[in-house]
Design a protein around this ligand. Structure first.
Ligand code: AMP
Length: 206
């Protein structure tokens, strides 16, 4: 992909339960932002299909779906959204949540995205994160957050495989945001960071 065709991107980064999905959905409802969650895409798959079975096999254990499959699915999804004109490459900031989730994914995505900012949602309070995941498991019927052992595995995977993604990007692109607080409070802090990025890159976004 030519550099000019790269998707101008904001990454929402953080541990399971940090609020990436909640914030991504809100941002995506604002004109000029397009939110894409990798986990949400995976959850649309029919578990009886070939791909659905693979995704279920990994996600129900709290593990990562293999990188090549993940990136291929992501590419197809973003291409479809572009063709349908739901995502407008020239005027929308792409807000990615849950991807890249390994250093290898970050490398594979370099030929498709320009990362303008990484929003690192930080929460040191593990009890609060567990509470959030449990609430979500009940509300959204999620297999991966229903069991304590799977939640713990998700955290191990985050620490070992996902945290190194932060080293892939220049430190100057990474902004830390406190994930504790109401969604509106966290959003306020995220907006302070992303609005200048939007203004700098899409001067006439509506
Ligand atoms: P999430 O909704 O982001 O917590 O993702 C739910 C599950 O989907 C994860 O535990 C993984 O099994 C899988 N998943 C989501 N995003 C990725 C990714 N970028 N790479 C590999 N697996 C992923």
């Amino acid at each position: 992909m030519n550099k000019e065709q790269h998707y101008q991107t904001i990454l929402l980064f953080g541990a399971p339960g940090a609020g990436k999905g909640t914030q991504g959905k809100i941002l995506g409802s604002i004109p000029g932002f397009f939110h894409l969650s990798c986990g949400d895409v995976f959850r649309t798959f029919d578990v009886a299909s070939e791909l659905g079975k693979i995704v279920y096999e990994y996600s129900s254990r709290g593990e990562l779906v293999p990188d090549e499959i993940t990136i291929k699915i992501w590419q197809e999804k973003i291409h479809n959204h572009t063709v349908l004109n739901l995502y407008k490459r020239l005027s929308d900031l792409l807000v990615l949540d849950g991807i890249p989730r390994s250093a290898n994914q970050a490398e594979l995505m370099d030929e498709h995205i320009d990362v303008l900012r990484v929003i690192h949602l930080v929460c040191d309070n593990q009890d609060e994160m567990i509470k959030r995941l449990r609430r979500r498991a009940l509300k959204e019927n999620r297999v991966d957050d229903a069991r304590e052992d799977v939640i713990r595995r998700r955290w191990e995977v985050y620490k070992k495989e996902t945290q190194p993604v932060l080293d892939h990007y220049p430190q100057s692109l990474i902004s830390t945001v406190d994930a504790i607080g109401s969604p509106a409070e966290v959003l306020q802090n995220i907006l302070k960071i992303v609005i200048p990025v939007q203004n700098a890159h899409f001067a006439h976004a509506v």
